[in-house]
Design a protein around this ligand. Structure first.
Ligand code: 13P
Length: 249
């Protein structure tokens, strides 16, 4: 059974005061939620320790925004899964478009990260999505297909269930331009078809595919109603307690 997940990507947007306010606001609101989805947050690495202990035992999963694909070793400025395990962290976001765009992460490097994460029994969330230029050139499906297939190359069927995909059209991130539920569903259905070919039709039904890009409390429901949209990966609206809690419908 695939899970409905609402995940907050805090990016590099918050200092300690912002994190404290957000964490305590979420904790205060959790009790009132009737049947919440799986809740996940991805703080900056520097805040992981504090956030992981605040949410311990609270049904909020914590994940890292990135990893380096190596055991403990000399890689200045990077984070190893060995260090995340000390904090009980199992989720890792990989291939966010900001990392692809500004830090030059390639499909090949992301595939290394996916394999490393899986070999360490972590749960990777692989982000894919086209730019505005690519969409306007009718390349959306080509781009998404390449990112899914290259990113997951060589992943075994046994590991498939540990993976989550996040479809985040770059033109919808932080722009207020949300994809319509129909636009998002079209790409999600396409991703599910790709997963069926890469793994199997049965396994493709087990993998959650989240939508990201200007998700807000007032549009989340119409997105989640679509059969292939299993949740949201949310930036801006996840960084204020009220709007984050408003997504957990
Ligand atoms: P926004 O929700 O701010 O558009 O960001 C989406 C995103 O990049 C989540 O990873």
């Amino acid at each position: 059974m695939r899970r409905t997940i609402i995940a907050g990507n805090w990016k590099m947007n918050l200092n300690k005061a912002g994190v404290d306010t957000l964490v305590s606001g979420i904790l205060n609101g959790l009790g009132a939620l009737k049947s919440p989805p799986v809740i996940m947050v991805f703080p900056s690495t520097i805040h992981l320790s504090e956030v992981a202990s605040a949410f311990k035992g609270k049904n909020v999963e914590v994940g890292c925004q990135n990893i380096y694909p190596s055991k403990l070793a000399a890689f200045t400025g990077e984070t190893s899964i060995d260090q995340l395990k000390d904090l009980g962290i199992e989720n890792v976001l990989l291939g966010h478009s900001e990392r692809r765009q500004f830090l030059g992460e390639t499909d090949e490097f992301l595939n290394q990260k996916v394999h490393h994460a899986l070999s360490e029994k972590m749960k990777p969330m692989l982000c894919v999505g086209e730019t505005l230029e690519e969409r306007e050139a009718n390349k959306t499906f080509d781009v998404v297909k390449r990112q899914v297939r290259e990113g997951l190359k060589g992943v075994s069927k046994e590991d498939a269930k540990s993976i989550t995909i996040a479809y985040e059209p770059v033109w919808a991130i932080g722009t207020g331009k949300v994809a319509t539920p129909e636009q998002a569903e079209e790409v999600h259905a396409f991703i599910r078809k790709e997963l069926a070919e890469v793994f199997s039709p049965e396994l493709s039904e087990e993998i959650s595919i989240l939508y990201g890009g200007s998700v807000k409390p007032d549009n989340v429901k119409s997105l989640l109603e679509k059969p292939n949209i299993d949740g949201g990966l949310v930036g801006g609206a996840s960084q204020k307690p009220d709007s984050f809690l408003g997504l957990l419908v």
